[in-house]
Write a protein of this length. Structure first.
Length: 144
C-alpha cells in the first residue's frame, strides 16, 4: 500500500502570491530556486535541495556548461536528472506538479521549470510570474 503524500496547497498559494511580481533573476530567483521553494512550501522540503548551488560555477559566477552539469549530476538530460528525484507522469499534471515548457518571449532561457496549478502552470518571466495553459506543458513530475 502506497502512503499518501500530504500537500499543503494553501502554502503554495501563499508562496505564489508572495513572488508573483518577481521575475527570473540568475542565481537569486531562477526557475530551479522558484520550483524548489514551491515544493518546500507544499511538502516541507524542496524537490532537489541537495542540488542548490551545484549548478552554478562559483569560480566563473555563471551556470555550469552542459558537460560540467553531466559530470556534477551524472545525467545527460534535464529530464533524466529530474526522474532521479521525482516520478514522471504522462497525464495532465495535477496542481503542485513540477513541469517543463519551452520558449516564451517573456523568458530568459529556452526551457523552464514551473509548477502546475491545474488548468495552467506558473513560470518565471523576465519581470514577473507568467502562466501558460496546461496544454503547453512538455513534461511533468510528482512527489510520491
Amino acid at each position: 500500500m502506497t502512503q499518501r503524500v500530504e500537500v499543503n496547497f494553501p502554502a503554495l498559494s501563499a508562496y505564489l502570491d508572495e513572488v508573483k511580481g518577481r521575475g527570473f533573476m540568475w542565481h537569486v530567483h531562477d526557475c530551479f530556486m522558484f520550483t524548489n521553494e514551491a515544493f518546500r512550501r507544499m511538502y516541507g522540503s524542496g524537490w532537489a535541495d541537495d542540488w542548490a548551488d551545484k549548478y552554478i560555477d562559483k569560480d566563473a559566477g555563471l551556470y555550469k556548461k552542459r558537460d560540467q552539469l553531466v559530470y556534477t549530476f551524472g545525467h545527460t538530460t534535464l529530464e533524466d536528472a529530474i526522474d532521479s528525484k521525482l516520478k514522471r507522469i504522462n497525464y495532465v499534471p495535477p496542481r503542485g506538479a513540477l513541469v517543463t515548457a519551452k520558449g516564451q518571449d517573456q523568458w530568459v532561457i529556452d526551457r523552464a521549470l514551473g509548477i502546475s496549478l491545474g488548468n495552467k502552470a506558473a513560470f518565471l518571466g523576465k519581470s514577473r510570474m507568467i502562466f501558460l495553459p496546461i496544454r503547453r506543458i512538455e513534461s511533468a513530475w510528482i512527489r510520491e
